[in-house]
Design a protein around this ligand. Structure first.
Ligand code: FAD
Length: 402
């Protein structure tokens, strides 16, 4: 049998772990593996709210891709994928030559969804990569530095966070903590800072039990976070956010506006004409793209329906990791002419951090908060690092769980 070429695009949770698994399980001489990613590092997307707020350094969430791959088995190409030519079976890169494939794994992750709200895309920032998180951190620091030297402070220093979902609340909690430090550094009274979380739905942290949501909101409100629930962002102009609650309109002057209110799959997927919903490929049970025997999608690039409620499973790192194991297994099965296995999502629950020392979660059906939730959150991160690089990586990048 001739050597097959497996190309993985995107080194996020899904793509990176698929690569690491493939290099473990593919028998020598069976396949050439190529990983393409726009950065030379893999990053822990689930921790980007911390780097965005400035409560964690970039290096702590970045892992050099070359340290995770065996160069005898995997070739890494740092480039931007700009197109997929399905008929020619090749991936088009921004800088390099086209790369042909026998098998393709798409793991390009997510992009912010701004739902056509006027000005939101142009005048807000989103947490979607190390680079955008760094931009947010700099804008926050610049806003503090500017405010500190203002002779007449007519308005409070205001940060508006659009979206009270998982990412929005986790970010707001880190931001509140960071504001304390920055206030102290710049000698600004904390009362002169506003952190506003705007949520259009009836509550924050949808999906979490009401008691845990109350716990999180109480903790954040006591740190001065203002929640504007049932309030929609109608328009964003430079430094201003127009809000609507029912018929009531309001305008907030904002120094920095961060949007966490929605994500969608990658624009490239829609452009390449896969059967998709907002950039997420409606994959078959075995994770293959409909109509293609040799194209798989993982992570936020894959859309899987929850048959129990007829709605898509949420895009999470948890499922991206589970999919990576099945994807690698199915590529090997396909090469060996064996039957492919279905992906069966196993929702073990979720934990949301409420700052550096607090969290809430539902794990294996049990509600947790405070120290046990922080412990569990860190264990989840450490477990992923273990899958990726074993104990040495946990020691290097992991967190002490207590
Ligand atoms: P990603 O991790 O986004 O990786 C995509 C990769 O593809 C990136 O490396 C990117 O650089 C690369 N890429 C993209 N486009 C191109 C291109 N054109 N060419 C080359 N490379 C490209 N989920 C949880 O389960 N638990 C949590 O606690 C949690 N917390 C979160 C907190 C935050 C702040 C955010 C933003 C998300 C959180 N999520 C959480 C969701 C989770 O991070 C995503 O579902 C997960 O990252 C998806 O993994 P992925 O592999 O699909 O994509």
């Amino acid at each position: 049998m001739s050597k097959r070429k497996i190309v993985i695009i995107g080194a996020g949770y899904g793509g990176m772990l698929t690569t690491v698994q493939l290099q473990k399980i593919i028998p020598e001489g069976t396949a050439e593996i190529v990983l393409i990613n726009r950065n030379q590092y893999h990053y822990l997307t689930t921790l980007l709210h911390e780097t965005a707020a400035g409560t964690r350094e970039d290096e702590k969430v970045c892992i050099d891709i070359r340290s995770l791959i065996d160069p005898r088995k995997v070739t890494f190409i740092e480039d931007n994928v700009i197109d997929i030519e399905k008929e020619k079976q090749q991936v088009i890169l921004q800088n390099g030559e086209p790369i042909s494939y026998d098998y393709l794994v798409i793991g390009l992750g997510f992009e912010p969804a701004t739902f056509g709200i006027p000005g939101l895309k142009e005048h807000s920032l989103s947490i979607r990569s190390v680079k955008t998180a760094r931009e947010i951190r700099l804008k926050i620091e610049e806003a503090f530095a500017r405010y500190a030297v203002q002779p007449n402070r007519e308005h409070p220093l205001t940060f508006v966070v659009g979206g009270g979902g998982f990412t929005g609340v986790e970010f707001v909690a880190e931001l509140a903590e960071r504001c304390y430090d920055l206030c102290e550094f710049h000698k600004i009274p904390y009362e002169q800072v506003r952190v506003i979380c705007v949520e259009a739905g009836p509550g924050v942290l949808p999906g979490f039990p009401p008691a845990l949501v109350e716990y999180a909101m109480k903790s954040l409100s006591s740190q001065g976070v203002e929640f504007r629930i049932g309030t929609a962002i109608k328009e964003v102009t430079p430094g201003r956010v127009k809000l609507a609650k029912g018929d009531q309109m309001d305008e907030v002057i904002a120094d920095v506006i961060i949007w966490t209110g929605g994500v969608q799959g990658c624009e490239l997927i829609g452009r390449c004409d896969f059967d998709n919903l907002r950039g997420r490929i409606k994959v078959e049970k075995d994770l293959r793209a409909p109509g293609f025997n040799n194209i798989f999608a993982v992570g936020d690039s894959a859309l899987i329906m929850d048959e129990a409620n007829g709605r898509p499973y949420p895009p999470t790192a948890q499922f991206a990791v589970q999919e990576a194991f099945v994807c690698a297994k199915n590529i090997l099965a396909s090469i060996q002419g064996q039957p492919l296995v279905p992906f069966v999502p196993d929702n073990k629950g979720s934990v949301a951090s409420i700052g550096q020392h607090d969290a809430i979660g539902v794990v294996f059906g049990k509600q947790i908060q405070g120290v046990p939730a922080v412990f569990m959150n860190r264990m989840i991160d450490n477990r992923y690092l273990f899958f990726l690089g074993g104990l040495p990586l946990v020691m290097k990048k992991g967190r002490i769980p207590f």
